[in-house]
Ligand binder design. Structure first.
Ligand SMILES: [Mg+2]
Length: 253
């Protein structure tokens, strides 16, 4: 069986001060926060999505020896069908997942990242364990978290490489993946809250019995024109800081 989410070297429990923090009492009654990465913890609309698109196309061209137009068609097709281009490359072309993910995300993230201020302090003020769940590769996620100085805020990291069930990749919004993560992390679904910008992923989390926070982000693909709050979304916010302003962020937390 594939190893569960990668443990970080996080050494301490998040702070217990602040409006929201006072709502929890003991660790086992606190919520467990599952955070998405791109367009949830940082803003990809600034520059980084452009780099990912360029890197992804170049990686398909290099791996398959095809021209740019063909590579673009293939990566879009696999992303839509499987939720990650890498899965199509592995399944249909026998490409190594690790090799492809390193080729496609080989750029320096540091000059490309834009995020809200004081993110580490804000995350530490939210009581409860934090787990990162991203369809992006782990080395990229780790680089972004390090640059944002929030790697230590997370107890474990789930990148797309860890999202395998019975030998098959099952990225978000798979309900089976959500149940798999909850089981591996030992989390009661009723205590788990997914914080995400992508509505499909929030719907998957709700089907697995979790509560949901929608980070409404203009950089999210197809975000424009979305209005209102779907019934599978418990709370809608514009930032992590916005979560702290809620007395009880979501039911039961
Ligand atoms: Mg996202």
């Amino acid at each position: 069986m594939q190893a569960p989410g990668i443990r970080t070297k996080r050494a301490r429990v998040p702070g217990m001060s602040g409006t929201v923090a006072n709502s929890g009492t003991t660790a086992d009654r606190q919520p467990v926060w599952l955070f998405d990465l791109d367009n949830t913890l940082h803003d990809t609309s600034h520059k980084i999505f452009g780099e990912i698109n360029i890197g992804m196309t170049a990686a398909v061209m290099d791996s398959l020896g095809v021209d740019e137009a063909t590579a673009n068609i293939l990566r879009t097709k696999y992303w839509k069908r499987y939720g990650a281009t890498m899965i199509g490359m592995v399944r249909h072309h026998g490409i190594s997942a690790d090799e492809f993910l390193h080729k496609s995300h080989s750029f320096d993230v540091r000059p490309l990242i834009r995020a809200e201020r004081g993110l580490a302090a804000k995350l530490n003020r939210l009581p409860g364990r934090k787990v990162l769940v991203t369809n992006a590769p782990l080395h990229y996620a780790r680089a972004v978290l390090k640059h944002l100085r929030i790697l230590r805020c997370f107890d474990s990291l789930w990148g797309v490489e860890q999202m395998r069930i019975h030998g098959h990749y099952r990225p978000k919004p798979s309900v089976a993946l959500m149940r798999h993560i909850l089981a591996h992390e030992g989390i009661d679904p009723r205590r788990a809250i997914l914080v995400e910008d992508t509505l499909d992923n929030l719907r998957g989390a709700r089907c697995a019995g979790m509560r949901t926070v929608h980070v409404f982000h203009p950089g999210t693909p197809f975000a424009h024109g979305k209005s209102g709050r779907p019934d599978f979304v418990d709370l809608r916010v514009n930032s992590v800081g916005h979560l702290l302003l809620q007395k009880r962020p979501v039911r039961g937390s």
